[in-house]
Design a protein around this ligand. Structure first.
Ligand code: ADP
Length: 192
């Protein structure tokens, strides 16, 4: 499913983020930037050990912040690592999750990248409810693209089918009034 936001494209896809050839892919990392499991484990496995060596030199990352590395053996040129909130950890979970998405986008823009792929940050091991997280992800990405046209493509990559359906529904709910929708290669208007 595709949306046009400002001059940029926002795409929601079911797939494996390690296979995405965007300028950057985002890693839902832990605060030590160690490989761990989940999407982080998959990214480190596909990148080779150069990524873990570079991550060690970064000396960790705080919740809501983002740090960039090379992509090594990945099809993506860079990995942007962010630490999402552990759900229920504190009252600021929503702000932290928003900051994670926003700081990844800002880091990509600062490094003159034109395309970026996100996984569903915090909704695995960190336990954030997917519906609430999807709403924050969609709104934060859309707000950023409305004010910044440097990033031409943002992809949301959902691993599982139920997450994919939730993100699509959320995007239709929040984006349909102002943005053109493209489904199955057929452009349909926001009214259609
Ligand atoms: P967190 O610790 O931030 O919750 P996880 O890695 O546990 O991060 O999960 C985040 C999301 O990433 C989950 O929805 C999980 O299904 C998904 N995920 C796991 N592997 C991949 C992958 N290869 N590509 C895309 N998403 C993935």
């Amino acid at each position: 499913m595709e949306f046009k936001i400002g001059k940029s494209k926002f795409v929601i896809i079911q797939g494996d983020i390690t296979k995405q050839a965007t300028d950057a892919i985002v890693n839902a990392a832990n605060k030590y930037l160690s490989p761990g499991g989940g999407v982080s484990g998959a990214i480190h496995k596909a990148s080779g050990c150069g990524l873990a060596d570079e991550c060690k030199r970064l000396k960790g990352c705080k919740t809501g912040e983002a740090k960039i590395t090379e992509g090594y053996n990945l099809p993506a040129k860079h990995v942007i690592h962010t630490v999402g909130p552990v759900y229920g950890g504190k009252a600021d979970d929503k702000i932290d999750l928003k900051n994670s998405y926003r700081n990844c986008l800002l880091t990509a823009a600062e490094n003159k990248l034109k395309s970026i792929s996100f996984p569903s940050i915090s909704t695995g091991i960190f336990g954030y409810p997917v519906k609430e997280a999807a709403e924050i992800a969609v709104k934060t990405i859309a707000d950023f693209l409305k004010e910044n046209s440097q990033i031409e493509l943002v992809q949301m990559i959902l691993f599982g089918n139920s997450d994919f359906e939730i993100y699509k529904k959320t995007a239709l709910k929040y984006l349909k009034k102002s943005d053109k929708i493209c489904m199955n290669n057929r452009a349909i208007s926001s009214d259609g």
